[in-house]
Write a protein that binds this ligand. Structure first.
Ligand SMILES: [Zn+2]
Length: 287
């Protein structure tokens, strides 16, 4: 059987981290993903209307918008399995502290964690994320507060029995270790900590038992697949008309997967483990 047919018939292709935007071309993008061979996506909450959070001091509207965009994609493209991850975006802490005290800002974000947990428990979301801390240099009190909020988010995930999806600064060895110890402190299994935007750090000696979701550039994926099948792939697609091409395109994961198969860098079984078995085990879903 030609590789093309095999690919399209048998291998689930998951993009483990994309964003949609109410100003973007969300349904069109999901259709393009499907046409390229993609079968499943994880849609991660992001800030859409900053003013709204400051005004309502609640994540309710943001989360509901993410859920409704996911529903629209399910309706217009039923062949793609759509999953949702909800959580207070780490950089929101900076926006909130422009308008309120750091302790009030922390309260808003912790309530966001609890709301995300509720949606996971109800089955509307599969994980709490992306949560963590700003990816750029910030003042010490912001880091300290971010770590407290993150630890609380990890506790919520432990209670809900779901993973967290982490957004942090670039993952150095010290960062991986610190995040692993943070999970240990609230007894969230390290396995349930998904590091978004990860480099191909696929060995336990590199990732300290956390789960890498690797940015699907050809180079990174080739390196990862040569050494392991314990990782997922993502584009961090933004769907932001103001920042076209800011990250990887929506068809990247299917294209890279096809490239791996055609160049015999990974066989079908290995790709199924990466795209399906890992996600099913982590999120407790059936793809
Ligand atoms: Zn993201």
């Amino acid at each position: 059987m030609p590789a093309q047919d095999t690919f399209e018939n048998k291998i689930p292709i998951l993009d483990n981290h994309i964003h949609l935007d109410p100003r973007g071309q969300m349904e069109e993008n999901i259709k393009r993903f499907a046409k390229a061979g993609g079968t499943h996506v994880v849609i991660v909450n992001k800030p859409y209307r900053e003013g709204e959070l400051l005004e309502t001091k609640s994540y309710q509207k943001t989360f509901d918008l993410t859920l409704s965009m996911a529903d629209k994609c399910r309706e217009s493209c039923p062949e793609v399995g759509v999953y949702v991850v909800l959580g207070p975006y780490p950089v929101d802490l900076l926006r909130l502290t422009e308008k309120m005290s750091i302790s009030d800002a922390k309260k808003v974000m912790c309530e966001g964690m609890e709301l995300a947990k509720k949606y996971v428990v109800e089955g509307a979301a599969i994980a709490i994320g992306e949560i963590g801390r700003p990816h750029f240099q910030v003042e010490h009190d912001i880091i300290k507060c971010s770590n407290e909020i993150l630890t609380f988010g990890m506790e919520c995930a432990k209670d809900a029995g779901c993973p967290v999806v982490l957004h942090t600064e670039s993952a150095s060895e010290a960062v991986w270790r610190e995040l692993a110890e943070m999970a240990d402190s609230v007894k969230l299994p390290r396995e349930k900590v998904i590091k978004h935007f990860a480099p191909p750090a696929v060995q336990e000696t590199e990732n300290f038992g956390l789960f890498p979701s690797i940015l699907a550039s050809k180079h990174s994926v080739k390196e990862a697949v040569a050494r392991s099948d314990r990782f997922m792939m993502e584009t961090d697609f933004l769907d932001d008309p103001a920042r076209p091409g800011a990250v990887l395109g929506i068809t990247t994961v299917p294209k890279v997967t096809k490239m791996l198969l055609q160049n015999e860098l990974a066989d079908e079984d290995k790709l199924i483990r990466i795209h399906k078995d890992n996600a099913e085990k982590l999120y407790g879903i059936e793809m």
